[in-house]
Design a protein around this ligand. Structure first.
Ligand code: SIN
Ligand code: FE2
Length: 214
């Protein structure tokens, strides 16, 4: 007899806050199609270290795909339709990524999420991301969908004030975290990634955050 509580589809979603849901392993089955789709994206728009408004080089390397891409330089943070490095539009959002993000958002309670931007972050061991809010998007009614690949990380999920003590959330290869609604402007960051070698991606963590930016 099949036990009614036997979980055939992996770990259950975890509600971390009113409008924040961790979907453990949600992307695992799509990892290879995702990586295949990212290869041409990163050929067209290679990893680069952008400057902060203060003129420092960011520790994470990044790229973008979608109609809009997040960029940073001495003039500030913003979304741009063009890759400043090539002057060309960013590569299109791969359909597999769009479908996965919409499915994850729906699973987390945000039906009809259609992102137009995907920020792709690359972390080497020792690299983290300091606490910040995602507030460069036009429409805060739409959630952020974050897909983690490669080495594990500790995600810091704070409150609406920078001084609020953050929760620590383990993000593993294939996990998707969705935050929106009243949690949309929570401060968040990533602890420096611990040294390690991921069996598929080696010494790196890749994070994809999908947004409705325009
Ligand atoms: C971000 O906040 O843009 C990235 C989050 C992450 O790497 O998990
Ligand atoms: Fe962020």
């Amino acid at each position: 007899m099949i036990q009614p509580d036997l979980d055939l589809f992996g770990p259950a979603p975890q509600q971390l806050a009113a409008h924040t849901v961790l979907l453990p392993g949600f992307a695992v089955a799509q990892t290879e199609p995702l990586l295949d789709a990212l290869r041409p994206v990163l050929r067209a728009a290679p990893w680069r270290h952008m400057l902060t408004p203060g003129g420092r080089s960011m520790a994470v390397a990044l790229s973008n795909c979608g109609a809009l891409g997040w960029v940073s330089d001495e003039r500030g943070y913003r979304y741009s339709a063009l890759d400043p490095q090539s002057g060309a539009p960013w590569p299109a959002l791969p359909p597999v990524l769009l479908a996965l993000a919409s499915a994850a958002a729906a699973q987390a309670g945000f039906e009809g999420f259609v992102p137009d931007a995907c920020l792709i972050n690359h972390y080497l061991p020792g690299t983290g991301l300091s606490l910040h809010q995602d507030r460069d998007e036009q429409d805060f009614s739409q959630p952020i969908v974050s897909i983690s690949l490669g080495l594990p990380a500790v995600f810091l999920f704070g409150g609406l004030q920078r001084s609020d003590r953050p929760q620590r959330i383990a993000l593993n290869h294939g996990d998707i975290l969705v935050w929106g609604g009243e949690d949309r402007l929570r401060f968040h960051g990533v602890m420096p990634v611990k040294p390690g070698v991921h069996p598929r991606l080696g010494e790196r963590r890749i994070n994809l955050t999908l947004r409705k930016a325009g």
